[in-house]
Design a protein around this ligand. Structure first.
Ligand code: FES
Ligand SMILES: [Fe+2]
Length: 380
């Protein structure tokens, strides 16, 4: 059942989706202080592997080296070239700049400078890379730009941190990675995944209809929320789930889980699939999302697990890509309406969509903004 008994007002106004000043405040107060999942250890399977990502205009390189994962500003201290620019790759030995070949160790210290004589005098070890804090939760790799941020386990909270360890364990395998640009404000994406009300219009073939409220539960905490849908009585899903779970050697979990750690870390679980979805603003009108979807095929090393892996990977890729594509197609259309300079009377959040309300409240509080003039009172 849902928590509220009546519909709620839309609290964000046009400026919250369009203003560059508001976006600057969001970045400053909501994004830079926190942690950001930038990938998984499945993206960095070998020592020497790296990935690059740009967050809030800052190029970042994440490098697995010496059995640990390290993050740096992806800018060389010589003449500020990007160290590497491929989305991912492998380095034998040191982190080497692609321009003149300066090399850095995994602490970010310079360790080889070609023709070093021509830079004399230069104090040894003075020019190091800018290093960022990097931690893992299960196989998820997080980075923060904030030296004063609490440890990741504290920032996520015990329950979510433990959940990451279970949902992204070393026995989980990669289903599919999706990295996608959206033509909409980042909050359009988050608000969309917080509600299943759009299912009948946007995903008629993928999900058919939304669940009965009796099956659903919402839970709100200070920094995160959770939605669960207990589908143990929905016949078709039930049988499929039972079959695959037994093959993987686990008890079936007939509950769909969906969580948001404010402002932008989304977690989901559907049967043996789990995922993290990150959404980052690029401009007020554009955003970028990163999905890392994994599945649990059973304990490694068994033929049966390999078969389950092949089956889940094939089906999961197709299904998740289809669902993400359906949502992506509607985003620019939602954004253009939300960004229109005039609005009609209205702005209603149904109780089925009630997760949007605390999310909007979080945005307003963190950025110190005023809510939109309530249009809802004008509804007769
Ligand atoms: S800019 Fe990197 S080595 Fe010159
Ligand atoms: Fe959707």
């Amino acid at each position: 059942m849902f928590i509220h008994e009546t519909h709620l007002p839309q609290r964000l106004g046009v400026q919250h989706y369009t203003s560059p000043e508001h976006l600057d405040r969001e970045v400053e107060t909501m994004f830079l202080p926190g942690w950001h999942c930038v990938g998984t250890l499945l993206d960095l399977p070998r020592d020497g592997d790296y990935l690059t990502v740009t967050l809030f205009g800052r190029p970042v390189i994440v490098w697995r080296s010496g059995g640990d994962v390290h993050a740096f500003l992806n800018v060389c201290t010589h003449r500020f070239s990007l160290l590497r620019d491929e989305p991912c790759g492998h380095l034998d030995g040191h982190l080497k700049c692609q321009y003149h070949g300066w090399e850095y160790d995994d602490e970010g210290n310079t360790c080889r400078i070609p023709d070093a004589r021509s830079f004399r005098p230069m104090e040894k070890g003075r020019l190091g890379l800018t290093k960022y804090r990097c931690e893992t939760a299960g196989q998820l790799v997080f980075v923060t730009f904030n030296d004063d941020a609490p440890p990741l386990a504290e920032w996520l909270g015990e329950e979510l941190f433990e959940m990451c360890r279970r949902w992204f364990s070393t026995a989980h395998r990669k289903t599919v990675n999706i990295d996608i640009d959206h033509d909409c404000n980042w909050k359009v994406v988050i608000e969309n995944v917080l509600e299943g009300y759009h299912i009948e219009c946007v995903h008629p073939n993928s999900f058919r209809t939304y669940p009965d409220p009796e099956r659903c539960a919402h839970e709100f905490h200070e920094h995160w929320d959770r939605y669960t849908d207990d589908y143990s009585k929905a016949g078709l899903y039930n049988r499929q789930e039972k079959f695959v779970s037994r093959l993987a050697g686990v008890e079936p979990d007939y509950v769909w889980h969906h969580l948001l750690r404010y402002p932008n870390v989304v977690f989901g679980k559907m049967g043996l699939f789990t995922w993290v979805q990150m959404v980052w603003p690029v401009t007020p009108h554009t955003s970028r999302a990163m999905w890392r979807i994994v599945h649990y095929p059973g304990q490694p090393g068994r033929l049966r697990s390999w078969l389950v892996h092949r089956m889940l990977k094939g089906w999961g890729r197709k299904f998740m890509t289809q669902v993400v594509g359906e949502d992506t197609a509607i985003y620019p259309k939602i954004h253009r309406g939300l960004a229109a300079p005039v609005r009609p009377n209205g702005g209603l959040i149904s109780i089925r969509e009630e997760r949007i309300f605390p999310f909007q409240d979080y945005v307003l509080k963190d950025t110190g903004s005023e809510p939109a003039e309530p249009q809802i009172d004008k509804i007769p």
